[in-house]
Write a protein that binds this ligand. Structure first.
Ligand SMILES: [Zn+2]
Length: 313
């Protein structure tokens, strides 16, 4: 007998439970998880529901199911469901909660897992799943439009497709894309490099290695290392490049991979005023007027000096 915790509309536990299969009353919810596994080829692992199921037989869908009583952390539920339905261990370091939505009788947490899984390593739970396969964006779109894939709604699918686009920061931290002056520092959780859109010497981008969106997604250990690395880079900027002032920022609305900009302040920037308002003008100026050979070599030299300082034994 499987028990579920009954939650209220705000996702609080009511203290009551219900047996799986029984109907929830109006205003009662349970916690469910959806798991979308994305591989390096930008394909999703999807599964076909068994023919004999009462609910949506033979329909393709994401992996997932209901959290059981006591399992308030949906990540735990996601790991268990993937194990039960597909027989695989999710890479817990590469799980991001994409969205949380309230549906008719459930609160659904949608997890994105970046992981390459060999189809041969999958063992399907025959009672619930009849098939699993990797699908590209085009295949998934055509399955959705032909009605053989469960319709999670347009907004939901927008989020699912959004993450399929390749991510520049992911490419950089994996070393697939070169940056001006190369890597400045490569630690367990972070990667630092010169920003190449804006050729300002010593303008360092500190990116997380995991594809996360926001600072509050960092684990304790990552957050601790973040502060340590930020301070180290700042000290190096001061020591080897003589940088007296630095502006720090990161934004969450136009970028999809966490990175902090560490922008040095130079005296030539005074013509654009001071403080935050000057930043936009400074960046535009550098982009339009500083991409000359002489300045680029200064930028590369600064990146190399930071590298030497930060990586000396
Ligand atoms: Zn990324």
């Amino acid at each position: 007998m499987e028990l579920w915790d009954i939650l209220d509309s705000e996702r609080n536990k009511t203290g009551r439970t219900i047996v799986r299969g029984e109907e929830l009353k109006e205003g009662e919810y349970h916690l469910v998880v959806h798991i979308w596994i994305l591989n390096d080829k930008n394909e999703y692992l999807v599964q076909k529901r068994a023919q004999h199921l009462k609910l949506m037989p033979g329909i393709w869908a994401a992996t997932g199911g209901s959290a059981v009583a006591g399992e308030y952390d949906s990540k735990v539920a996601a790991i268990r469901e993937a194990k039960e339905e597909l027989g695989i261990d999710l890479d817990t370091n590469n799980m991001t909660r994409l969205m949380s939505i309230r549906r008719k009788d459930n609160h659904a947490d949608v997890w994105l897992v970046r992981e390459n899984i060999d189809l041969q390593d999958i063992s399907l739970q025959a009672e619930e799943v009849s098939e699993a396969k990797w699908v590209s964006k085009e295949e998934l779109e055509s399955m959705i439009s032909s009605g053989i894939f469960h319709d999670y709604g347009a907004e939901y699918f927008d989020n699912i497709f959004r993450v399929m686009k390749s991510c520049l920061s992911c490419e950089i931290v994996k070393g697939n894309t070169e940056t001006m002056g190369g890597t400045i520092l490569n630690t367990k959780y972070f990667h630092a490099h010169q920003d190449f859109a804006y050729p300002i010497p010593g303008l360092v981008i500190l990116a997380s290695k995991r594809h996360i969106y926001s600072i509050d997604e960092m684990y304790e250990e990552e957050a601790a290392e973040y502060m340590e690395v930020l301070r180290k880079i700042r000290a190096a900027q001061r020591k080897v490049l003589g940088i007296d002032y630095v502006y720090y920022f990161y934004n969450e609305d136009t970028t999809h991979h966490f990175h902090t900009w560490m922008m040095p302040r130079y005296s030539w920037m005074n013509q654009f005023g001071r403080s935050v308002e000057s930043v936009r003008s400074v960046l535009l100026y550098s982009k339009e007027n500083m991409k000359n050979e002489e300045n680029i070599s200064k930028v590369i030299n600064a990146a190399e000096r930071l590298y030497s300082e930060l990586n000396k034994k």
